[in-house]
Design a protein around this ligand. Sequence first.
Ligand code: ADP
Ligand code: MG
Length: 677
Amino acid sequence: MKYNDRINVIKGIGEKTEKIFHKLEIETVQDLIEHFPRGYEEFQKPIPIAQLREGETVTIEASLVGSPKRRRVRNLQIINAKVKDSSGSLYLTWFNMPFLQKTLRMGYHYIFRGKVVRKNGVLVIEQPRIYQRPEYYKLLNVLQPVYPLTEGLTNAAVTKAIRQALEQLEFAKDYIPSKIRKEYNLMDRTKAIREVHFPKDRERMQKARQRLVFDEFFLYSLALRHLKEQKSRVKTAYPMMEQPECKQMIRDLPYALTGAQLRVWQEIKKDLSSDYGMNRLIQGDVGSGKTVLAILSLLMAVKNGYQACMMVPTEVLAKQHYRSLTDAFQKFGISVCLLVGSMTAKEKREAYDRIERHEAEVIVGTHALIQEKVEYDRLGLAITDEQHRFGVKQREALMSKGGQPHVLVMSATPIPRTLAIILYGDLDISIVDELPAKRLPIKNCVVGTDYRPNAYRFIDKQAAQGRQAYVICPMVEESEEIEAENVIDYTETLKEALAPGITVEYLHGKMKPKEKNEIMERFADGGINVLVSTTVVEVGVNVPNATVMMVENAQRFGLAQLHQLRGRVGRGEYQSYCIFVCDSNRKEAWERLSILNKSNDGFYIAGEDLRLRGPGDIFGIRQSGTMEFKMADIFTDVEDLKAAAEAVKALSDKEVADIFEENPYLEEKILNQTNTL
Ligand code: ADP
Ligand code: MG
């Protein structure tokens, strides 16, 4: 078995299963063995029901009291069963597993394992797995991998496929030179891959994981070095001069630029008017006002006679930028063109035409901007907004579209400068480290579920004053279906709980892009008062009129993610509020959330989160959903990131060339990896 073999070489993976694996982006054997566990489960002996505590994953051994009951809530089939042991009794709940009503038998003993949650004030175990006694005791005290899954694929099936691949694959030689492996005390790659899936014990699992974390950072650093070498310092083909229109635009803004914005604007101007090309990253927390810097740069490029474009990760965002750019540029007689995937073929053809003939001077859009059919005419500046959502590869694609235009990338990921220098090694960095002055600090509160009625009254009041609110729905891990159900149910609840006349709409990951766009646009235009949503959904747009962010089940989110959500409000002149609803009695949950009260600094928050969770929790809640590596986390694994960057830096050109020569597949692997960053 070879790395590039399709996964159907594995026994048990037929056409149908293969398609399901594709949903997880697993196509080759290599993808499969690099589908790492998101955690491990260590099976302990069953504990008495009387000792159950909320939030814990536990095993109980109990017998069924009565027959399981089935009920329907919308599309959801719910099975409830009461069980007891000598210490007490409780209810178990399963979703969409109607067959259990027949297979679970009254009076029989089973072993159940699952997470204890509180529902309507009482403890229940949701979606527990069911074992027979001998089967369970065989699993005791072994670390079982828990894989990211998708519908139609069980953990057992993935485990089995990976086990077979590990047995039959011809592993390639380790690409990290042994010198570096020794110096940084790294496990051999083949061994690390085996151990990370099926570790002998915790210690070896940690060691394996560390190697693989290092691995990702190593390849990443290698890729950057590769990129940088290709980008030799050549004179730019698009020299620019300062233009009076930029000054005029700054004068005409309804606000004064902050000191930080002015400083960064100076840096940009200097780059654009130098003999060499600009390669600059602008980092700034959400709401720091990066967009206006992009607008000024576009203006400067166009007034120098060039085309300029801006690429953003979602259509909603593209449309929003399209509107604000059209407004801003109207008085300068600059034509703006939108290019997104959902446009009809005819609309696209027209856009391509306008671009090619230079009738469009500013082009804003999504990935559609890097499609082959787009032919720019002297593209002098390429901007990517929300860079962390794109890959290095896409950024490069945009650059090579024009003949090496000036490049500006913008990102809101809260990473400190030292880290940014490594992660964006090929770029110069500017930081917008100041929020607009008139901005009122967001008021935060962490509350229990009993506060809900107050929160609803508060939303009523804000809506009566013309403001808008986001409500982020409880997060469900099991499936997008259940999550969608939740959002819909919660929306119904809200419609009843809020004052009459308030428009409540929802967004979830299962909706079509077009539906999402429509809802988001209506919200941006003020046609919706309250938007209920999951976090799966992009809420990255700027709605300065939204003043309330209410997050249900806040304890289930990473703090960095909550911080990003918070950034959706407090973007305008009005006082904004965040309500974090904590549905847990555990002291640690409240402590963690209270960090959000203490600071508005994204990096401080990420750091504190980490400190509280401790390094023991290695597969903790994903920090940001951005800059995603498969295994590594730029926050928790920062030391490894630094070490790997150092190691790559210390390599001679010959050593780098040797690595690529000995591992011909590496270049592609690197490109694929950087693609997801
Ligand atoms: P981000 O950095 O998250 O992209 P935006 O550029 O969308 O932030 O700016 C957020 C809001 O702040 C916008 O409504 C924008 O008009 C406003 N804004 C930007 N700069 C200033 C400033 N100097 N003073 C007041 N408001 C500003
Ligand atoms: Mg922005």
